[in-house]
Design a protein around this ligand. Structure first.
Ligand code: NAD
Ligand code: DAU
Length: 354
């Protein structure tokens, strides 16, 4: 008998697949149930190396379908939920906001209801871990950091939907006593990152000698964290975080987009044996993202002081490993960029970068 059953939602996505792998390998006595609808962003190829492990099971379920969610809870009776399933791309939220309301808000409430119902007789030893984002805090100016006390001020439909889901999670703790914990993380990067997001999109385009579309003046700033360090933080907070509290997770690693793209070009020219400066010529400034948040930066002092977490790799190492992974996994990249990706790309970057 497993000593715990953990339901991980969104486990076929970028971050979720790293969390599933960590838990399956680190906790052989746990049963890990990966619940995922396999949208365009979900890919079971991400989990090839662990799919045959005896403590791993997959359930193809859409969290918007409350009955299907309840059926999974009835079947597996999870002790813990780690909820990552979401629509996650800001640009898609600008063109299709309702998709974000359905999955990120209604889907989260369906999971909260199922957990509340399943655990109603005894919350002892149970935990609902909601994986959220620093984007709920809005945007910073040139200075300052987001702390756990920073007021919510989301700007994009994506961040508004994540902020709403966070509020529902707190509401279920306050109203029903549901045992919850939250993590709010900065920008992740690493293997299996879907190439609609900045870093993998640039890597894909550099490989293929395509224009590198930098929004606006490129001075927007993000705080980047290697995905495996985020998975380590989730493991720690899930097991040791205090009930009903949130923990900010970030890399203390701020980069202006243009500087980051230039660093990528430099590292990739070296790895691809191209002349220095060759990829940089592909940089193209394109029309800005509407409502573009200027700067995100996380103060990760709480998780560091209380739980002893800190990032394990430097940005240069992490970026180098990430590029190597994409160069060694061209088939993965070709598979995810064929079909629907082409249509998305043409719509998003119409007349600007082909
Ligand atoms: P992703 O888009 O790569 O993966 C999302 C996964 O959720 C996919 O496997 C997809 O199939 C699944 N999914 C989507 N809609 C679903 C539905 N209705 N029912 C069931 N499954 C569904 O996302 P990601 O970048 O891995 O992000 C995971 C979580 O972490 C999200 O909640 C996101 O808000 C949060 N987060 C992401 C970052 C980041 O930099 N990527 C940073 C902080 C927080
Ligand atoms: O901060 C955490 C968030 O980070 C997560 O919650 C989101 O799920 C995740 O997608 C990410 O959001 P961003 O909007 O910051 O990530 P993205 O990779 O889309 O963009 C990073 C920066 O790069 C941003 O300033 C926009 C810019 N950009 C992005 C793309 C795709 C470009 O300049 N050109 C591009 O083509």
């Amino acid at each position: 008998m497993p000593n715990k059953t953990i339901l991980i939602t969104g486990g076929a996505g970028f971050i979720g697949s790293h969390v599933v792998r960590l838990f399956v390998n680190k906790y052989p006595d746990y049963k890990i149930v990966n619940l995922d609808a396999l949208t365009y962003a979900g890919n079971l190829e991400n989990l090839k190396d662990i799919e045959d492990k005896p403590n791993y099971t997959f359930e193809k379920v859409n969290i918007v379908d409350a009955d299907a969610v309840k059926a999974v809870f009835d079947k597996h009776k999870p002790d813990g939920i780690i909820h990552l399933a979401a629509e996650s791309h800001v640009d898609r939220s600008i063109t299709s906001p309702l998709d974000f309301v359905y999955t990120n808000v209604i889907g989260t409430v369906n999971l909260l209801n199922a957990a509340k119902e399943q655990w109603k007789d005894n919350f002892e030893g149970k935990r609902f871990h909601h994986v959220s984002t620093d984007e709920v805090y809005g945007a910073l100016g040139d200075t300052g950091f987001f702390t756990e006390e920073t007021a919510y001020d989301p700007h994009s439909p994506y961040s508004a939907s994540k902020a709403s889901s966070d509020h529902f999670v707190y509401a279920y703790a306050d109203t029903y006593g549901l045992p919850i914990v939250l993590t709010n993380c900065s920008n992740n990067y690493g293997p299996n990152h879907f190439p609609e997001k900045l870093i993998p999109l640039m890597i894909h385009n550099i490989i293929n000698h395509k224009p590198l579309p930098v929004y606006g003046d490129g001075k927007y700033t993000r705080d980047w964290l290697y995905v495996i360090d985020h998975a380590r933080a989730i493991d720690l907070v899930f097991h040791e975080g205090k009930n009903a509290e949130k923990y900010n997770v970030g890399g203390f690693n701020e980069w202006k987009n243009i500087d980051l793209v230039q660093l990528l070009c430099k590292q990739m020219d070296e790895k691809l044996g191209r002349e220095a400066g060759e990829s940089q010529k592909l940089i193209t400034f394109v029309k800005d993202r509407p409502g573009h948040d200027l700067r995100y930066a996380i103060d990760a002092t709480k998780i560091n002081k209380e739980l002893g977490w800190s990032p394990s790799v430097t940005f240069e190492e992490g970026l180098s490993k990430t590029i190597d992974w994409f160069l060694e996994n061209k088939e993965w990249l070709n598979n995810v960029t064929s079909g629907d990706y082409q249509k998305y790309y043409e719509g998003q970057y119409a007349n600007e970068a082909n």
